[in-house]
Design a protein around this ligand. Structure first.
Ligand SMILES: [Zn+2]
Ligand SMILES: [Zn+2]
Length: 256
């Protein structure tokens, strides 16, 4: 009995240490250095980074300019900052992460986003917002999922920006609440999604005058969610709302 128990315990320790300190890249299986994350340097370099995009909504474009939508009707948020295209393997990592908060690759995706955030504000010669709001989940969804993926990304971003760029960030989950669950977004057309999201959020704190905030999300699709939450925050007195997101879909991708 005891050898069996010992073997089971030893397997468990091996599994745990592999999850916590992976020894090989989770994509190409090449050996990893202890300090690296789940992905090796080469695999991180090959991730589908968003290079040229709309300067407001971050939809992928062939050059850094304003998309037709933002020219006709600018969004309520000031700017959306995104690190990656919502393409393989980033899409798979994010989908896995929505079911498993211990998805190790998300740390490296968040680090890439933090670098993009830091560079964007430096080039624009604007201060980085010091308050970030994880996009809230409706309480029913929160109960079902057990965690808010945007809060995990917010913590990773705040840690990275504090450590690598000496930027102190405060995470505020108390400012905004999602009051309408709506149907699963991926089952709706773009038009219906827009209607369902318009009244989905409310601001819980009213003394927000002059605050500059960033709302953190995992994926931006049509930008309707970002627009809706920004509208509520601006109405509550926030001076500026930026959106920070790991990935962004293209025009023709409304399946998220
Ligand atoms: Zn690799
Ligand atoms: Zn745009």
């Amino acid at each position: 009995m005891r050898p069996l128990l010992n073997r089971a315990a030893s397997n468990l320790v091996k599994q745990l240490s592999h999850n916590l300190l992976p020894s090989s890249c989770s994509f190409c299986q090449s050996p990893l250095q202890l300090s690296a994350g789940a992905l090796c340097h080469n695999c991180v370099a090959e991730l589908p980074r968003l290079t040229t995009q709309c300067q407001r909504c971050a939809v992928p474009l062939v050059s850094d300019t304003l998309c037709a939508n933002c020219q006709q009707k600018p969004p309520t948020y000031r700017r959306c900052i995104v690190a990656f295209h919502y393409q393989t393997p980033v899409d798979n990592i994010i989908l896995r992460f929505k079911n498993d908060p211990y998805t190790t690759e998300i740390k490296q995706l968040s680090a890439a986003l933090a670098e993009r955030i830091s560079t964007t504000y430096r080039l624009a010669q604007r201060p980085c917002p010091k308050t970030i709001i994880p996009l809230p989940l409706h309480w029913l969804k929160m109960t079902k999922r057990g965690f808010n993926q945007s809060l995990i990304i917010s913590n990773l971003l705040a840690d990275y920006l504090r450590r690598e760029h000496q930027t102190a960030i405060e995470i505020r989950s108390d400012i905004c609440r999602r009051i309408i669950k709506g149907q699963d977004q991926h089952l709706l057309s773009a038009k219906k999604r827009l209607t369902s999201i318009k009244k989905a959020f409310t601001a819980e704190v009213q003394s927000l005058d002059g605050l500059s905030v960033a709302v953190v999300d995992d994926v931006v699709t049509t930008g309707a969610t970002a627009n809706s939450v920004a509208k509520v925050l601006l109405k509550a007195g926030v001076a500026q709302v930026d959106i920070w997101s790991i990935a962004r879909t293209s025009w023709n991708n409304t399946t998220v």
